[in-house]
Design a protein. Structure first.
Length: 392
């Protein structure tokens, strides 16, 4: 058994993201927090005496960052000279003539894949890191050589730890259409590496295994929107020949959450605001005010009360970092009774209930939700003006 090496695996920082949908002031805050998360990873390497930092692409969100930002990244790398850093450029930060990977002077501990599949060997770590680089914004063909197997590699000592570092997307078969370096699951099993460190997918995968090879996506260390909810981080721990022991460590500065909040029985905006804030505090603790929320209102409210998502958003936005609100409440009435009315409203309710029943019989949950929402909005329209807001 070879010696264990201390490793940190990270990807998809997307430094310099535009954060569209936020105000310029809050965009600047989020970009600064991205940089804070990046520096937290550098600090973690320093504190834990990490020997190998694996960066699986999309460190940058775009190539045209300011010289100051690029120098800051380079200085951070230079600040951990005892950590060997290997980068596999991704589709957002490909290796080409405009890339700071090519134009910036990097410290001696930084090693960057430039094009096709190749390796760096670090004798002091008894480790070979294999990988490739995106050279454009897409890689429809796999960057992984079909016949690659570490057992067939000559020139390395038998006890070498083999790691593959790639930006790409897992594929089940070669027939699948992928745009960003399809990595076949069967290739992972066949390659014989000890660990495959992946980037591109923004959700952590957990440490998985195919054949004798462990692999993982570390996800993005700092969320960029509501499609990346919850705590974010990196994998850190040890790797030896045939042995992987990695733990997930959170480094993000702010969370995005997407809760469903029941507001049954609320009949005034004040009651609804109080219910929402109470739920946020109960669920996320006193620190909820620093986070961002996309709230879906659920439950039944009286027929003479119409929730106003825009007004609620304005009130709650002063109490959290950012908020969006969707109204998915229903009206507190008995539609079965209404469908028997001899009126336009009765005919409308009967038609929607028929469609709902047909969709439910067909087990089409999506259509059921659409018809139920249409029924709610339609009934409110019969009561007066409908303020329907799809606050994404």
């Amino acid at each position: 058994m070879s010696e264990k090496i201390r490793v940190l695996h990270a990807a998809d920082f997307h430094l310099g993201s535009p954060f569209s949908g936020l105000s310029p002031q809050k965009t600047a805050i989020r970009q600064s927090e991205q940089q804070d998360a990046f520096r937290a990873v550098i600090d973690l390497c320093r504190q834990s005496h990490t020997q190998l930092l694996l960066l699986a692409g999309d460190i940058l969100d775009q190539l045209r960052l300011s010289h100051e930002q690029i120098r800051s990244i380079a200085d951070s790398f230079a600040g951990i000279p005892d950590t060997t850093i290997v980068i596999s450029p991704g589709n957002h930060d490909p290796y080409n003539q405009d890339s700071p990977y090519m134009t910036q002077a990097w410290s001696a501990n930084v090693h960057i894949f430039k094009d096709g599949f190749s390796s760096f060997y670090f004798p002091e770590l008894s480790t070979a890191v294999w990988g490739a680089a995106f050279t454009g914004i897409r890689a429809a063909g796999s960057l992984c050589p079909a016949d690659f197997q570490v057992d067939h590699v000559s020139g390395y000592p038998e006890d070498t730890i083999h790691i593959v570092l790639l930006h790409g997307e897992i594929a089940e078969t070669a027939a699948e259409k992928h745009t960003y370096n399809p990595v076949l699951r069967s290739w992972i099993a066949r390659c014989g590496a000890d660990y495959v460190a992946l980037g591109h997918v923004h959700e952590k995968s957990g440490v998985c295994r195919e054949g004798n090879t462990f692999y993982a996506y570390s996800g993005c260390p700092e969320a960029r929107g509501f499609d990346e909810p919850g705590p974010r981080g990196v994998y850190a721990g040890t790797i030896a020949k045939g042995e992987v022991d990695l733990s997930y460590i959170c480094v993000n500065r702010r969370n995005y959450f997407c809760p469903d909040i029941p507001v049954d029985g609320c009949s005034t905006p004040e009651q609804m605001e109080e219910r929402i804030l109470s739920c946020l505090k109960t669920t996320y603790g006193d620190s909820f005010s620093k986070d961002a929320f996309r709230i879906t209102l659920t439950g039944a409210v009286p027929p003479d009360f119409l929730p106003n998502p825009a007004s609620l958003r304005d009130k709650i936005s002063s109490k959290v970092f950012a908020v969006r609100i969707k109204d998915r409440t229903s009206t507190l009435i008995d539609p079965q009774q209404l469908r028997r009315e001899t009126s336009l409203r009765g005919a409308f309710v009967d038609l929607l209930l028929q469609k709902t029943e047909e969709a439910r019989a067909a087990q089409d949950d999506k259509r059921v939700r659409v018809y139920e929402q249409a029924l709610t909005v339609g009934l409110r329209a019969f009561e007066g003006e409908v303020n329907y807001c799809e606050d994404q």
